[in-house]
Design a protein around this ligand. Structure first.
Ligand code: HEC
Length: 150
């Protein structure tokens, strides 16, 4: 008899706690550079990965502008498919865009001419822009500056 009450009780607690957390999220806390509100419990895996993706893209943009080699890439951005997030996104769209991103970055690192590299870099940045246009627009201003003019 006792056990039948534990589960509904636990569920109720869960919903109540969740409801409180939702109220804590003040949309004004979302900065221009980020997507989700700053999280006091630390940043999500995806947010940390995105910061690495953004710095690599910026390094590559400046290398390409100066006719230099790309910065090294270790393949770790594949993790974006499964990284835990701090915000809700439409799953099918996210997975589709994340797969395009991974395909595009691999193509970039296989390119063998500088012109091709600039084109493939810009394709990659368009993938960032497309996904951010539909998920969170905060970092778009920063991302726009990563495009390289031929
Ligand atoms: C498939 C969709 C998708 C693609 C592609 C994508 N992003 Fe993101 N990005 C997100 C989502 C979702 C978040 C929010 C992560 C979170 O808070 O858990 C995010 C977060 C960020 C952040 C904020 C990180 C922080 O400090 O909170 C930056 C900056 C960023 N992305 C830059 C980029 C750049 C640059 C690219 C391309 C090189 C890119 N993103 C590609 C979906 C995407």
């Amino acid at each position: 008899m006792k056990q039948t009450f534990i589960l509904p009780g636990a569920l109720l607690m869960f919903f109540l706690l969740n409801a409180c957390q939702q109220e804590d999220k003040d949309p004004k806390q979302v900065s221009d550079a980020t997507c989700a509100p700053l999280n006091p419990n630390g940043d999500s895996e995806l947010a940390l990965l995105m910061r690495k993706m953004a710095s690599l893209a910026e390094e590559n943009a400046s290398a390409l502008r100066q006719g230099k080699e790309l910065a090294p890439y270790d393949g770790s951005f594949d993790k974006m498919l499964t990284a835990e997030r701090s915000m809700q996104v439409e799953e099918q769209f996210f997975q589709g865009m994340a797969k395009s991103y991974i395909t595009n970055i691999n193509k970039l690192y296989q390119a063998d001419s500088p012109e091709e590299r600039v084109n493939l870099h810009n394709n990659l940045i368009q993938t960032c822009q497309e996904c951010h246009g539909q998920t969170c627009r905060g970092p778009l201003k920063r991302i726009d500056k990563m495009l390289v003019q031929l």
